[in-house]
Design a protein around this ligand. Structure first.
Ligand code: AMP
Length: 306
């Protein structure tokens, strides 16, 4: 059981709290976030609570993952509410650094996970994933978790972080949890707060487009163009300014020519001034189509090397 949430701002305080937990024989679970917590984040904390002995979450609105014209300044921030939610969920430690606690003006290191950021969000958000992997690498080094939890909602991010972890030998198991949705299907997101009531209703078209894509594939379609068109139609009708509607290979994130194997069906678009993303993963084998939670092959995991 948790004995209350401890909140720290400095890396050194994270290290000493984690060391103490380790000395008590506890495994460390980690849930990195940029705050404005909702049930999607909460499901990650719950899983970490179930599977590890000491749960650390971080809240850091990372400037390096926002482009110059993106919503860094208007991103919702409410640490009091977030801390209350984490406490309720039995999180042990909240790491909430300020920008100067993580970065200095003399930083020079950049990390990029080549190839996996060419398509989907990588093509319209230049530098975004470089910002994400840099902060995740730093957080992994500070927290040194055994397991880190990410949501399928940000599937490209999850695949890139899994690759980063395997390539740099971080001894961390990456766990992907399913996307948590509103009852009508809209994926939960901190950015949903920016939607008007009307926009929120129309935004459900993202999930409808994905569900329709799955139905078209279940009906036997194996060419991506036809499936893409059905998604584009649905999103356009709802008033989305479309960023992409793609079918990519779930392991290398490259657009597929044929729908077969592990396929990530992903969409992104602007509803008014708010950019929303969503995806589903399906495994297609012959006539069989099964929706799955994104998974990584065992050989890509750290344990494989030990
Ligand atoms: P963020 O705070 O947006 O960076 O998200 C922190 C973590 O929560 C990431 O691993 C996200 O993929 C995950 N997440 C965000 N929204 C959801 C959701 N609706 N369902 C599941 N996980 C989510």
């Amino acid at each position: 059981m948790s004995s209350g949430l401890k909140i720290v701002q400095k890396a050194a305080d994270v290290r000493s709290a984690v060391l103490e937990a380790r000395l008590q024989g506890k495994s460390i679970g980690f849930v990195p976030t940029i705050g404005a917590l909702h049930e999607g984040h909460e499901s990650l904390v719950r899983s970490a609570r179930e599977c590890t002995g000491y749960v650390v979450s971080s809240i850091f609105v990372n400037p390096k993952q926002f482009g110059p014209k993106e919503d860094y300044t208007r991103y919702p921030r409410d640490q009091t509410a977030d801390a209350a939610a984490l406490e309720r969920l039995g999180c042990d430690l909240l790491f909430a650094p300020g920008e100067r606690d993580l970065y200095t003006s003399s930083d020079r290191t950049r990390i990029s996970v080549h190839g996996l950021d060419e398509f989907l969000c990588g093509s319209t958000r230049p530098g975004h994933f470089q910002g994400v992997v840099l902060v995740v690498a730093k957080l992994f080094n500070i927290v040194q978790p055994d397991e880190a939890y990410f949501g399928q909602k940000d599937a490209q991010q999850a695949v890139i972080i899994q690759r980063l972890t395997a390539d740099l030998d971080f001894p961390v198991r990456i766990v992907i949890e399913p996307t948590v949705r509103e009852p009508e299907g809209l994926a939960m997101s901190s950015r949903n707060e920016h939607l008007s009531t009307g926009e929120r209703k129309r935004a459900v078209a993202l999930y409808e487009a994905l569900s329709e894509a799955k139905r078209v594939i279940e009906a036997g379609e194996r060419k991506p163009a036809a499936v893409k068109q059905s998604m584009l139609n649905r999103m356009t009708r709802a008033g989305f300014d479309i960023d992409y509607a793609e079918l990519v290979d779930g392991s290398n994130l490259r657009p597929v020519k044929n729908i077969d194997g592990l396929i990530l069906i992903a969409v992104a678009g602007w509803m008014g001034g708010t950019r929303l993303i969503d995806n589903i993963a399906v495994r297609v084998a012959g006539t069989g189509v099964e929706e799955i939670v994104l998974e990584f092959p065992e050989w890509s995991r750290y344990e494989w090397k030990r």
